[in-house]
Ligand binder design. Structure first.
Ligand SMILES: Nc1ncnc2c1ncn2[C@@H]1O[C@H](COP(=O)(O)OP(=O)(O)O)[C@@H](O)[C@H]1O
Ligand SMILES: [Mg+2]
Length: 390
């Protein structure tokens, strides 16, 4: 799939923008703070209804404005669609989704319309940080592939918040068990959707990630293992097992003031040669593992969705050494890619790409201009010089 048009209105430092993107590699370059990441963020909004870097929708509305919006025209195998997200600073429905011009009744309606995978320097946190980063990685991937998963996740989180509220209430005055049951039932039903999807997805990711790690590191002896640490060991009757675990741990949870069991506590364990990466890996091994995980995400997308997602590479080129950069560029053939960097020369000169220059005006408003390929510019200069010499 590909994004044909990208539109921004009062989004971050953009007043109004409309771009027709190239189906191949689009390179956005310009100084720091000019608005390059903001463009990728807008595409991410149109895929997942949220930013990749903030949970606060208000942050992306242009300063001193009441409303901001972004939208795309997506071309897929089954035709073209318009997806737009409108954000309001105040009021009831502060996030509104539009599909082909019509207001969707819920956010889930947009899931899967546009699929994207984003690479950024923060990917290293996948390896270094705690479990929540890896759960978000899985959730972002699966939510885009399965609306059912996204809905289950939403309902799980909502029920979990209710159960936790009751647990805290219990500390001041006993709450009857019956009050917990509807929320635990909702959590169990949702978990019975979430767990099998995570299992299936992690099995594929694990296989891919091991292969990719080997090919990037080039060291045969170094085995990277990724495994899903599920909250249950059972394969069947997941709903019943979750219910009985929640029932069993209620007293302990009251003491703890939160729910200690469930998909919200799961993790993806990462090992190198059987040792926990977070404790034993070198910086280089961590970088390789993070890149292997992201490349695996891309390939799981292709396998499960049947067509490639749009790839967003935010400032990663300068972070990668030549070997990792080449691996990455190998993978993006045939995938529409939006790359940001501060210097056009960060991209291998042999790659075909369409360059866009991002800059800001005196008021700090961003603009994007199509510009001439560096190589072509060079050739034109040479022609010019020759002409002048004569
Ligand atoms: N809500 C907002 N309204 C106006 N400008 C914003 C808003 N949020 C961020 N900015 C501006 O956007 C710029 C950063 O854009 P970004 O895309 O992150 O830069 P970069 O080109 O380095 O990736 C900064 O100048 C910042 O002040
Ligand atoms: Mg940036």
């Amino acid at each position: 799939m590909r994004v044909k048009k990208l539109k921004l209105k009062q989004f971050r430092n953009y007043d109004a923008l409309e771009l027709t993107l190239d189906p191949g590699v689009n390179l956005f370059f310009g100084p720091n703070g000019s608005g390059k990441t903001n463009l990728l963020e807008a595409v991410h909004y149109c895929a997942l209804g949220r930013s990749h870097r903030t949970a606060q929708d208000r942050e992306v509305i242009a300063r001193d404005r009441e409303m901001g919006a972004c939208g795309v025209t997506v071309e897929k195998r089954d035709g073209a669609h318009d997806v737009a997200v409108k954000l309001l600073f105040a009021g009831e429905k502060r996030k509104q989704v539009f599909l082909d011009g019509k207001r969707a009744s819920r956010l889930a309606g947009m899931m899967g319309m546009l699929q994207c995978v984003i690479f950024s320097p923060e990917d290293l946190m996948l390896v270094k940080d705690g479990p929540s980063v890896r759960r978000r990685f899985l959730d972002m991937l699966l939510s885009q592939l399965s609306t059912q998963y996204f809905l289950a996740l939403q309902s799980y989180q909502q029920a979990l918040r209710q159960r936790n509220a009751l647990l805290r209430q219990f500390r001041t005055a006993p709450v009857p068990t019956a009050s917990f049951l509807p929320w635990e039932e909702a959590m169990a039903q949702a978990a019975a959707v979430i767990i099998p999807e995570r299992r299936r997805c992690c099995a594929r990711l694990a296989q891919e990630a091991q292969k990719r790690y080997l090919s990037i590191s080039g060291r045969d002896g170094e085995v990277f293992t990724l495994s899903y640490e599920c909250c249950l060991s059972q394969e069947d009757n997941l709903r019943e097992h979750v219910l009985s675990e929640l029932d069993r741990s209620r007293t302990e949870d009251v003491r703890r003031g939160g729910t200690g069991f469930g998909p919200h506590r799961e993790d993806l364990a990462l090992y190198i040669q059987g040792k926990d990466m977070r404790l034993f890996a070198s910086q280089g091994q961590m970088r390789t593992a993070a890149l292997a995980m992201k490349l695996s995400e891309l390939s799981v997308f292709q396998q499960m969705a049947g067509e490639p997602p749009v790839l967003l590479l935010d400032d990663v080129m300068s972070e990668l050494d030549l070997n990792r950069r080449t691996r990455l560029l190998d993978e993006i053939r045939g995938v529409q890619t939006l790359i940001t960097c501060t210097d056009e020369s960060d991209l291998n000169a042999q790659e075909k790409y369409v360059p866009w220059r991002v800059s800001t005006d005196k008021e700090g408003k961003a603009r994007v201009m199509a510009c001439v390929h560096q190589e072509r510019e060079q050739r034109l200069r040479e022609l010019d010089d020759g002409f002048l010499d004569e």
